[in-house]
Design a binder for this molecule. Structure first.
Ligand SMILES: C[S@@+](CC[C@H](N)C(=O)[O-])C[C@H]1O[C@@H](n2cnc3c(N)ncnc32)[C@H](O)[C@@H]1O
Length: 330
């Protein structure tokens, strides 16, 4: 492992992996369930067969540390922060984004949890969130079609409750944002801050929440957020699947992960990220991968033309794709 890679493992994943609040990734053999406090070290899942290291031309990337077979699950990952899309908020678990059938136990705001475990886990943000009135903030997101400020709001509540450090996303690459974009973010910042101030959450808990923090977090979320579309099988029937994609967006929500954020993009990827029934992600090999090969996922629809792909990658993610397919002009 290169010095860069080993530093990354120690500083980010070593700490996070042993945290009780968040277990952010696990090996293929693991079910992504947090290990219990009593579990012995010997039964802890082995680390996934990957390392993070610097690539030649795309910043950091993820590399295979051994051969990985086509179809293998490389690792799973739990979100650092996730949030349902506003159009799905009543039909998915407010914590894990699993589809929920009934609204039994629904909160006054109209959302519900799929199980006691999720209800309990949501305390990391919900005890703070429920003190405030978010009508204006949610309206701002809804009318402007914004999804990422919802992730910032949830993260802010997690920081206030002490469940996450304010700089938890600092290691992720930020998007470069213009002054004009910063100006557009200001309304969201003020609505978030006002919501918390009106809920009498004192300065001692919210001092991190500056305009700089808000725009900085949004800049990182912009590049690193995943849009979560659950595998079709979990929809009760084809009709509900069809209406989900017509009525609104097919995505049940958005989430930020730590390790999956280091995967670079390729228009002919060897790896893909899937969500089966909730926001827990699975990284799977699309073909046989050799030891040392970089693992790359696809950020966009690869069936698009070269020009369409370049345009989306440049506008949405701020880079010109250097993958072999693009270099060949396909
Ligand atoms: C989600 S991050 C991936 C990890 C990132 N390389 C890092 O160091 O944190 C996305 C960023 O990686 C770089 N990147 C990803 N795929 C790329 C590609 N195919 N060609 C060039 N740059 C790429 C771009 O800077 C992009 O904005």
């Amino acid at each position: 492992m290169s010095p860069v890679a080993s530093t990354l493992w120690r500083s980010r994943f070593g700490t996070l992996y042993t945290s009780n609040a968040f277990v952010l990734f696990s090996s293929a053999a693991d079910t992504a369930t947090p290990p219990s406090k009593n579990e012995s070290l010997s039964s802890a899942p082995s680390p996934p067969p990957i390392r993070v290291a610097v690539t030649e031309s795309a910043g950091r990337g993820v590399f295979a540390t051994r051969r990985i077979g086509a179809g293998d699950t490389i690792h799973t990952a739990k979100p650092i922060v996730s949030h349902p899309s506003l159009s799905s908020i009543k039909s998915v678990c407010y914590f894990c984004l699993k589809k929920v059938k009934t609204v039994a136990g629904a909160q006054p705001q109209g959302f519900s949890f799929c199980c006691e475990n999720c209800k309990e886990s949501s305390k990391v943000f919900y005890d703070v969130e429920k003190k405030a009135d978010w009508l204006a903030f949610d309206d701002y997101c809804r009318t402007q079609g914004l999804k990422y400020p919802l992730l910032v709001k949830r993260l802010a509540c997690m920081v206030i409750s002490g469940a996450a450090p304010a700089g938890i996303l600092d290691i992720l690459q930020p998007a470069s944002i213009t002054q004009d974009m910063i100006l557009k973010m200001e309304e969201g910042f003020h609505l978030l801050r006002n919501g918390l101030v009106r809920a009498n959450i004192g300065d001692e808990h919210t001092s991190f929440l500056t305009k700089q923090w808000y725009t900085d977090v949004l800049a990182r979320i912009r590049i690193n957020a995943f849009r979560i579309e659950l595998a079709a099988g979990v929809y009760e029937d084809l009709l509900s699947l069809a209406s989900a994609s017509i009525e609104a967006e097919a995505a049940v929500g958005n989430a930020i992960y730590m390790l999956p954020s280091f995967y670079n993009h390729d228009c002919d990827p060897n790896t893909h990220i899937v969500w089966i029934e909730n926001a827990d992600a699975k990284l799977k090999a699309l073909r046989d991968i050799d030891e040392g090969e970089e693992l790359r996922i696809c950020y966009i629809d690869v069936s698009m033309s070269y020009d369409a792909r370049q345009s989306i990658l440049s506008q949405g993610f701020g880079f010109k794709c250097n993958c072999l397919r693009c270099l060949s002009g396909d």
